[in-house]
Ligand binder design. Structure first.
Ligand code: IVH
Length: 676
């Protein structure tokens, strides 16, 4: 066989294999980017050597040959795929090509839609009733998922409205929202069942179930993006107006679809959506750009695989494969041991990734992870990258099993796994240098005792040289001692001593926060201080009393009790107060405003950064006004305060729950003019 033929056979075989993993097993083993690269290579090769094109080439077929436990059904009209473009230049070429074919100088109007990352389905409505639902399959033959689709809450079983065709095929994407996906995987960890590596696989795996009861539990969603066969009525002659008509019958349409004219504006939309990609509660992998005029669509027609009137502007994948070089076990402030994967650096979304978190020992077992494995890493939003799966057939012979340590890698103390918890902790506490460093870093941080001038590097040295063992040792530091450290000159040493002195005057809430009690953050510390008023009362409170504090539940109450029960911690607190001289004035509750105001007894949540005053001050002020400050938004929330870069999800929830929204500006004005 000649070389060219051999090459093309090899690349096609590879793509067929990956199509099977992606479309049939819902379990891909390469990233979308790698797949797109393979596909592009094949396309280029076929363009160069058209004599090698075959009708069964992946460039001419859709999905993968059907192999299903479900019944299969032919679509009334084929369900096509889309051609992809990856940059502005490719879009300009696409636009130019269309204008040439349509023989028009005028700019074309496109309907730009989010490209949801789920799986395509066809819903067949006869006389307004949903009678059949199928997956796209190979474009002609799909799997029967009618009963499963009927469990998707936003898919209407009956269409209601005017001018409904006697028969209509509705096409759209079934997907899973990100928060539902996380819940699903949390449940899977608990029950030791299959973990899904991403939202697409979760949606596809959940829909293609034999038992619709399982699908029902997965809480899937649907958005329609087009139609197939229509009989008995005529639909509007533009794509966008068709979507609006479908919406009027109760079919869910994504609200971000937009009519845009002019290539610059289209590209602007694609880039804007990409910038905000992480804000949506569903995964998207691009924007679909469709000619709006149905007359133009018909003129352009389709190839065997995709329409010529539409294209997918694809974004970079959030997943990449790389090599796991080693695992380090990091010790946190509370002794929690976190395995951190050290990876051969890769680029995801323009960011270099060389570490990924593994959370705990169970995660290593669940992934069946070995040193030397090729792994798929996912970076989703601003969260720490995660390893989602390994590619078992790439495991080298010299791979090594990962052994979770029995002893702390820093201090050698035993590592104990807390009953009913997935976290393992070093029991060394303040005797462990790693924990000591983290405890001190937290103690001096801005929202704790706010000791300015002491950065991480200084803490590292103070602990390594055993100059400081506990927070109260900080107050024994002298200028001369500080001058023995690397990078400290006289001016900085004086500044540190001065700010240590200033930090002695604090508030009860900040002091509690500075202690670093597990799960006791700023808000809980303020709530504790206001509820009890004195440190002694907090230290001696039992579970019932602690749970009477707003937002404190079983787990946090237990953490507080355990913390104060430890002799070491009692000594540390005594030293801080009686030796170092830390003090605070009577708790702010005495300053509480008695009169009724906008915030009295209201549950308030903050989102985004408040620029005029610190977040801590805002919380303090709100509590003075008798508000209850909470971290999480829920149906019970009364007011959402929005600062710069407020979370879109929180804003959406606020609208859904009819929560009052107050801007930072309105809040500051209110605080300025409120009566004392
Ligand atoms: S239009 C004939 N619009 O992308 C037009 N597809 O890569 C065919 N998809 O199979 C599709 N969002 O599963 C279209 N707004 C959207 C879409 C969309 C997601 C999926 C769909 C399709 C795949 C092609």
């Amino acid at each position: 066989m000649i070389k060219k033929q051999k090459y093309i056979n090899k690349i096609r075989k590879k793509i067929h294999h990956h199509n099977y993993l992606y479309h049939i097993l819902d379990d891909p083993e390469i990233s979308d980017d790698k797949y797109d690269e393979l596909f592009k290579n094949l396309n280029l090769f076929e363009e160069k050597y058209p004599e090698l094109i075959t009708t069964d080439s992946p460039t001419k077929t859709i999905g993968a040959p059907i192999q299903s436990r479900l019944n299969t059904i032919y679509h009334k009209t084929p369900m096509l795929s889309l051609n992809n473009i990856f940059n502005d230049k490719e879009y300009f070429n696409f636009n130019k090509r269309l204008k040439n074919i349509l023989k028009t100088q005028k700019e074309i109007t496109f309907c730009c839609e989010l490209k949801l990352d789920g799986l395509a389905v066809n819903l067949l409505y006869k006389n307004s009733k949903l009678v059949q639902a199928t997956t796209r399959g190979n474009g002609f033959l799909g799997e029967d998922v009618t009963e499963n689709v009927k469990t998707i809450r936003n898919i209407p079983i009956i269409l209601i409205g005017d001018d409904i065709p006697t028969l209509i095929e509705i096409r759209g994407e079934v997907f899973i929202q990100k928060n539902k996906f996380e819940d699903l995987n949390k449940e899977a960890v608990k029950n030791n069942t299959k973990i899904f590596s991403n939202t697409r696989n979760a949606a596809a795996g959940s829909l293609r179930q034999i038992n619709p009861k399982i699908t029902a539990k997965r809480k899937l969603d649907f958005y329609c993006y087009g139609v197939g066969l229509i009989e008995g009525k005529i639909l509007p002659d533009s794509h966008f107006d068709r979507l609006i008509r479908l919406k009027s019958w109760g079919i869910p349409i994504n609200n971000y679809s937009k009519l845009i004219t002019g290539p610059e504006s289209v590209l602007n939309f694609c880039h804007k959506i990409e910038e905000n990609r992480n804000q949506f509660n569903f995964d998207i992998d691009g924007v679909v750009i469709k000619i709006n005029s149905i007359c133009f669509q018909e003129k352009l027609g389709c190839s065997s695989k995709a329409p010529r009137w539409a294209v997918a502007f694809k974004y970079n994948s959030k997943e990449q494969s790389t090599l796991l070089k080693k695992i380090d076990f990091q010790v946190g402030r509370t002794g929690a041991i976190t395995p951190v994967a050290r990876l051969k650096p890769i680029q995801i979304d323009g960011v270099t990734i060389s570490n990924a978190t593994l959370h705990n020992a169970d995660e290593i077992k669940r992934l069946n992870l070995h040193i030397g494995d090729t792994v798929i890493v996912r970076r989703s939003g601003n969260v720490i990258p995660q390893i989602v799966k390994i590619i078992i057939n790439k495991r080298p012979l010299n791979s090594r099993e990962i052994i979770f340590p029995d002893n702390c890698p820093i201090c050698g103390s035993s590592i104990k796994r807390v009953k009913n918890e997935s976290i393992s902790r070093c029991i060394g506490s303040l005797t462990c240098k790693a924990q000591r460093k983290e405890i001190l870093k937290h103690f001096v941080s801005r929202n704790a005792l706010n000791v300015k001038g002491i950065g991480n590097k200084i803490i590292e040295q103070l602990v390594e040289m055993e100059i400081v063992k506990t927070p109260s040792d900080l107050y024994l530091l002298s200028i001369d001692t500080l001058l023995t450290l690397d990078g400290i000159k006289k001016k900085l040493a004086e500044y540190i001593i001065n700010s240590l002195e200033k930090s002695k005057k604090t508030t009860l809430a900040k002091f509690i926060y500075s202690l670093g009690i597990p799960d006791v953050g700023e808000t809980t510390s303020i709530n504790l201080a206001l509820h009890f008023n004195t440190l002694k009362d907090i230290m001696t409170a039992n579970e019932v009393l602690l749970k009477a504090v707003y937002n404190i539940g079983d787990a946090v109450a237990k953490n507080i009790i355990n913390f104060f029960a430890k002799k070491n911690n009692q000594i540390m607190i005594n030293n801080l107060i009686y030796k170092s001289g830390i003090y605070w004035n009577q708790c702010k509750s005495s300053n509480k405003i008695n009169s009724n105001n906008l915030f009295t007894n209201k549950i308030v949540v903050l989102t985004g950064s408040i620029e005029s005053i610190t977040r801590y001050q805002v919380k303090d002020k709100l509590i003075e006004l008798n508000a209850k400050v909470s971290e999480k938004i829920s149906k019970k929330t009364d007011i959402l305060i929005t600062g710069k870069n407020a979370s879109i999800n929180k804003l959406k929830l606020a609208k859904t729950f009819n929560i009052k929204i107050i801007s930072e500006y309105e809040l500051i004005n209110f605080l300025k003019f409120k009566k004392p």
